[in-house]
Design a protein around this ligand. Structure first.
Ligand SMILES: [Zn+2]
Length: 280
């Protein structure tokens, strides 16, 4: 049996967001067993990190309640779930989580430095009882029963990215080294267009991989960094199940919208999960 965990100490981040460019500050605080991952926004509203609080998925996953919202939660949630943190209060001031280096590395490193405390209650797992398939146009997401959390990601972008395949067992050690360091990415012409439209205000060559016609404009951290970043994003969106996923996910060209649709449908209904969950 695995036990629930929380952080040994609070960790904090401050900086501009990728999309708004505005300053955000986040403190991630230890929390007791059964608390789960929860957000507190602007000192005003508090709610669980669950799919029913997703309010937008266009360029990032945005959660909110009662007129308060925070954008780009997926990289921090990914680091928390990937590193095996079951309980924490994510206390945010500002409209967006800081982008840091565009990956989950800074978050995962800080979680590693703080360390995890083991709590005296069994981990709450989300365990599917049957295989489910979700479609959105040419995107496909398959969620199947499995002995542990595993993600197989297939992306198919135009050159120079092309088709990439990553098979990742999501254990804390593998997550920290194989998934967390991979940065968000985009194509040079699309980014020029986003900037013209006043978007991607916090994007720089320091926090995103930019692909020109002939390849990345700066060295990659891994040859298949885009597909690995998509695994990172998926792990963050699956944190919104509200319990530790024990399933295999096969994702073909999927993104935040399809992830969040699936997670919303798969989430146990009727409030907080209170025991080992079996649902489909
Ligand atoms: Zn991302």
């Amino acid at each position: 049996m695995q036990y629930q965990t929380t952080l040994r100490d609070a960790i904090a981040f401050e900086g501009p967001g990728l999309h708004t460019g505005q300053l955000g500050s986040v403190r991630v605080l230890p929390a007791p067993a059964g608390h789960g991952l929860r957000f507190r926004l602007d000192g005003a509203v508090e709610f669980p990190a669950r799919a029913e609080y997703v309010v937008d998925t266009v360029r990032a996953t945005v959660v909110g309640k009662g007129g308060h919202a925070v954008s780009t939660v997926e990289h921090l949630l990914s680091a928390l779930l990937g590193c095996g943190v079951d309980n924490a209060l994510i206390d945010v001031e500002g409209p967006e989580i800081p982008v840091e280096d565009g990956s989950a590395k800074v978050f995962a490193d800080r979680i590693g430095t703080a360390g995890l405390a083991t709590l005296h209650e069994a981990r709450v797992r989300w365990i599917p009882t049957e295989t489910r398939v979700f479609h959105d146009g040419d995107k496909v997401l398959i969620v199947a029963p499995a002995p542990a959390f595993r993600v197989r990601m297939i992306v198919d972008y135009r050159p120079p990215v092309g088709v990439q395949y990553v098979d990742a067992a999501i254990t804390p050690d593998a997550y920290r080294t194989e998934i967390a360091p991979n940065r968000t990415f985009g194509f040079q012409d699309e980014i020029d267009d986003l900037i013209r439209r006043g978007l991607a205000k916090g994007g720089t060559l320091d926090n995103a991989v930019v692909f020109g016609p002939n390849g990345p404009l700066a060295p990659l951290r891994s040859p298949d960094e885009p597909a690995r970043h998509k695994v990172l994003d998926l792990v963050g969106d699956f944190a919104l199940l509200g319990a530790y996923p024990q399933c295999e996910v096969v994702a073909i060209k999927s993104g935040h919208k399809l992830h969040c649709t699936a997670v919303r449908e798969l989430s146990p209904h009727g409030g907080e999960p209170s025991a080992v969950s079996a649902t489909s």
